[in-house]
Ligand binder design. Structure first.
Ligand SMILES: [Mn+2]
Length: 204
């Protein structure tokens, strides 16, 4: 069974004292997105993720960004990860692995994704000081890794993201998200040669 008749679209809502999030995802979309998190640069990154992973994504997030964008950014990553896990279902017929090398002018990022069911993130290579930079004046560079942690831990993905070069923080962050998107696009894609769940264990 190829699994290509599966419906891989879900909606996840999450409410805490710090944020309220309503997120819909379709893993077999065209990359269409409609994203409002109250954090403009994060909207930009999530739009890039949707476009380059061919995932349809709608996000409405309202949070305590008057304190700091941290809670809203992290919580949206948690919900995105939960939605990816739910939408992947049993993972029948998928490629499972994906990798990509994506430039943005002088920046170059590599991502490798394994839809393994085992959360693991290896994230290296951002230049010194990146984590302290306020991209767009509001998005702390340290949140790039924190979002990847939130997504991978909640989606059950093994992800390696490596920054191989770059100077401009906007370019570096965007290249990382685009590389992750392209790698995820490959990994979630149905492979007509795969029968059942692509694991010798029989489950992912
Ligand atoms: Mn946090």
């Amino acid at each position: 069974m190829s699994g290509q008749t599966q419906n891989r679209a879900v909606r996840v809502q999450r409410e805490t004292s710090e944020s309220s999030i309503d997120l819909s995802i379709d893993l077999d979309g065209t990359g269409a997105s409609d994203i409002e998190t109250g954090v403009p640069f994060y909207d930009h990154l999530l739009t890039a993720f949707a476009k380059h992973s061919l995932t349809d994504l709608t996000v409405r997030a309202a949070g305590d960004v008057h304190i700091d964008v941290h809670h809203t950014v992290e919580d949206t990553g948690i919900v995105l990860g939960q939605a990816i896990r739910q939408a992947l279902g049993e993972k029948r017929g998928i490629s499972r692995y994906g990798d990509a090398l994506v430039p943005l002018d002088e920046a170059l990022a590599q991502a490798v994704v394994d839809i393994s069911g085992r959360p693991y993130l290896v994230h290296t290579g951002e230049p010194a000081g990146f984590e302290f930079h306020l991209i767009g004046g509001h998005f702390t560079g340290s949140m790039v890794r924190h979002v990847f942690e939130a997504i991978t831990f909640n989606a059950g993905l093994t992800v390696h993201v490596t920054v191989l070069g770059g100077r401009d923080p906007h370019h570096i962050a965007e290249a990382e998200f685009k590389a992750f998107a392209r790698a995820f696009r490959q990994a979630k894609a149905f492979d007509p040669l795969v029968t059942g769940i692509p694991s010798t264990k029989g489950a992912l």
